[in-house]
Design a protein around this ligand. Sequence first.
Ligand code: 6LW
Length: 513
Amino acid sequence: MIRNPVLPGFNPDPSICRVGDDYYIATSTFEWFPGVQIHHSRDLVHWHLLTHALHETRLLDMCAVPNSGGIWAPCLSHNDDLFYLCYTIVHELNSATKDCRNYLVTAPSIEGPWSDPVFLNASGFDPSLFHDDDGRKYMLNMVWDHRPEHSPFYGIALQELDAVTMALLDSPEIIFKGSPLGLTEGPHLYKRNGFYYLLTAEGGTEYEHAATLARSMAIRGPYEIHPENPILTSSKKPYLILQKSGHASLVDTPNGETYMAHLCGRPLPGTKRCNLGRETALQKVEWRDDGWLTLAAGGNDPQETVPAPHLPPYPWPAEPSRLPFDSPRYATLRTPSECVIRQPDLLRLMGAESLESRFGQALLGRRLISQKATVTTRITFEPVSFQHMAGLAAYYNTYLFHYLYLSYDESLGRCLQIHICDDGKSHFPLGPNPVPVPDGPIFLRMVFDDCLLQFAWSADGELFDEIGPELDASMLSDDYGTHWGFTGTFIALACQDLTGTQQPAEFNFLEIL
Ligand code: 6LW
């Protein structure tokens, strides 16, 4: 069986692609660097993180992009021995207008080398590529309409692309205005038995999210909507484990089974907050005799367990609880920071800007993938100023985090403090009474227990003392606060030197149990 979500933790907007016996899923990474996660599987059951496509500043520079800007909704495809990846870099998302720059890169292998990005257009987000069977190529994207009294989701545009130069050959034509669900985005085009099938995301990426299918005999439409649309949704079904289901893409196995990868979210118990972010699940789907696609299970509810395809099992080695710091599971914020120096079992962070900075942070994070987790690290840090800070954070973005850090106080010496950023407002729950700690390396811990988060520390790694109150782990979610959020909770090691002298901190491991 396939157990959903197949990519737990922040892995939204999946674009699935098969090449021979290999299956790849590309997901959005927003302000986290490197850009575009690519997971790999041979059996659709077992997945591992293989690589990131946009792993150098030649390919991606996101310095100062807003929270949840950066890389949106990649589309990965393969044609004539070449991988094609298109994606949006969002420069502004909080205003009525949006700045969305769409690019395309190609590579002979999934591990690169990726070409220099080719700029496509900027009229909206969610670009996608379709390779027709006559050799022609087309780009699709949603067009954003900022005008008052208009739906901002103007429609899905199609433009032909020169197969050699990648230049756009014509002006955009709106081929689909969407179903009555509206908010039409995330287009992917497929061809089967003479029909063009346009799969889109609708209803918005939250609890009303859905996958809509439409088809036409002509690529430019008119598109007829599936008689039982939407083909997937969790909307108004609060009893389902997989909520927010939508934004889907399709893949066929060599023996003709079809699967649909889609976005989903798992709210914390008793809440409508998903602190693991938007995740990726897979559904088995079937083509009916009338040429329409439906879930193999019937209806349109996302299933938690799904029959696996008839492929030989291909498991990957289990991940250690202490992942080496050079693992691709770790990410930095916006740029591959020079202040983050990674060796397999030593992380050195040169103190940089604050956790609220969109410029140079010294922070290395990995996704929280389970609502219950015990996270421990060992830190060596000799602060000599209250502006020197280093420690362990549960980090959503510059507006939302919980941070346990070592710092310095003139009367207490080296001490531990807690900084909470709640929708951009700072609180220090220990107030003027940070906790003094002895010299030498110490251990920092945080325990996620559904909605609760508790920090602790230890001098010897054996006996841990809780520090500070129980904190709210649920606020580290897309669903909280006054700003758009599309990412998920990261477990982060970080170091700030607000004096500007780069006081360093070292970490020996980051363990997640
Ligand atoms: C994604 C788009 C969306 O590009 O959210 O709400 C964006 N809609 O489809 C980020 O995941």
